[in-house]
Design a protein around this ligand. Structure first.
Ligand code: FE2
Length: 459
């Protein structure tokens, strides 16, 4: 005979989300949480009889035998098993949520692109329905590739989503997301990121009635903190600023639709109950949130503009050192103190694509208001506009070598990938047609005037 949770500790059938959820901290930590004291088996993972008659279940995000430091798994203790008595039925997913990429999918143009903020949809669009893929490469079936998406939603999710294909990084720029996961709640506001490991079931509520933002989907590996190298033991993103949920459960015996994305296709089954019935859990395979304003930026304190890898928040390394499926970089308020330096990013061609997103802008005018974004394809030349170049060269602060403080109200996010992503036509065809005009009118270097010169010509 197993003990049952005291009735006073049983939640009502449909408990509202907590106003201010509590969190556990520490990226990569082995965490443990129980909504009811005594629900977590104190020693074994799979005792013959689990406390309170709960069901034990393991979810693992890595192979059983990977290096211990990389092993990710979590044990869940729940009211009911998650095996469904109903079949999975193939359904039409959101028409612009693309799951597999190949030579015939998207536009692999080498043109640098800038985009205005995307519009909000009409009423009744939940976050899953509101996903539109921006660009992608690879195939989740062979665990290679990445996709960048936008989302725009005006309704709570009543269904539950489970992405088998990849880990999701979700970054809103408008509206708070109340993310209900099997392990508990994450409330994610603009300037914050949510990390949802693949296979974990979740839904998103919109306390503000609407939300918009960006997503990265990683088909292989998991997001991890970058090595600090010569930076040392401190700085950049700190483990303790990453927050994981605490256990929270509901006993809701109403049919619940679960949509699963697997191999780029969408499937649906109906559970007889809420999947958010985990009373206790422990492990390292957990969702997190992180506020980009907690990022400890580094930069040059002498001369020259450093590469943006110095501002990496999270990464996902591939097989070759330095090649990453996704690097996530943050551009937040910080000082520029460089001397005798062209202070904006220098002209460059990058052996990676760059997807830049404005999560928060000090102004709503100009070319980069909140929600705007840009994409630079692989090895395509890019840099500041002709006007921006002249302004930077003659900027009085730069001429006088005065320190300049970037605004704390400016928060940009960058996804950089070694994959040569192709852009979906519904975005590419809507790119900002004014963007390229800014790159005309550069003055010519002084030696460029007059006829061509050859070094062997007599002076
Ligand atoms: Fe760049």
């Amino acid at each position: 005979m197993t003990a049952q949770p005291p009735s006073a500790q049983r939640p009502p059938e449909s408990a509202p989300p907590p106003d201010a959820p509590r969190y556990l901290t520490g990226f990569g930590n082995h965490l443990a949480s129980e909504a009811v004291p005594g629900a977590l088996p104190p020693r074994q993972n799979g005792p013959r009889e689990v406390p309170f008659g709960l069901y034990a279940e393991q979810i693992n995000g890595t192979g059983f035998t990977v290096h211990r430091a990389h092993n990710l798994r979590t044990w869940l203790y729940r009211l009911r098993p998650q095996v469904s008595a109903q079949p999975f039925v193939a359904i039409d997913g959101p028409p612009r949520f693309v799951g597999r990429f190949g030579p015939d999918v998207g536009v692999a143009s080498p043109e640098p692109q800038r985009y205005r903020p995307a519009p909000l949809p009409g009423e009744g669009v939940d976050l899953l329905a509101g996903v539109q893929t921006f660009a992608g490469a690879g195939d989740p079936a062979v665990k290679r590739g990445v996709a960048f998406h936008l989302f725009a939603a005006t309704a709570d999710m009543t269904r539950v989503f489970c992405n088998i294909d990849g880990d999701l990084l979700i970054a809103p720029h408008q509206g708070t997301l109340q993310v209900q996961t099997e392990l508990g709640w994450l409330h994610v506001a603009p300037t914050e990121l949510a990390l949802i490991p693949r296979g974990l079931r979740f839904r998103v509520l919109l306390p503000d009635g609407r939300a918009q933002g960006f997503m990265a989907e990683l088909f292989d590996g998991h997001f991890q903190l970058p090595e600090r190298g010569p930076v040392g033991a401190n700085g950049l993103a700190d483990e303790r600023h990453f927050k994981a949920p605490v256990a929270w459960y509901e006993d809701r015996a109403t049919p619940t639709d679960v949509v699963v994305k697997q191999g780029g296709r969408f499937w649906q089954t109906t559970l007889s109950h809420s999947p958010f019935d985990v009373v206790a859990w422990h492990g390292r395979y957990v969702p997190f949130k992180y506020d980009l304003r907690d990022f400890n930026s580094f930069g040059s304190v002498s001369w020259d503009h450093p590469d943006p890898s110095l501002l990496t928040v999270l990464t996902s390394p591939m097989d070759t050192h330095g090649r990453n499926a996704v690097d996530v970089a943050a551009f937040v308020g910080r000082w520029d103190v460089t001397e005798d330096t062209f202070r904006p990013p220098f002209f460059h061609r990058n052996a990676a694509v760059e997807f830049n997103m404005v999560l928060q802008s000090p102004t709503q005018g100009g070319a980069y208001p909140t929600g705007a974004f840009s994409f630079t394809p692989y090895l395509t030349p890019h840099g500041v506009s002709a006007r921006g170049y002249e302004a930077a060269v003659h900027n009085p602060a730069a001429v006088e070598n005065r320190p300049v403080r970037g605004s704390d109200r400016s928060v940009w996010l960058q996804f950089e990938s070694t994959y040569a992503l192709a852009v979906m036509p519904w975005f590419f065809d809507a790119r900002d047609s004014d963007f390229l005009a800014g790159f005309s009118g550069f003055s010519v270097g002084a030696l460029g005037q007059g006829p061509a010169r050859d070094p062997h010509d007599a002076p």
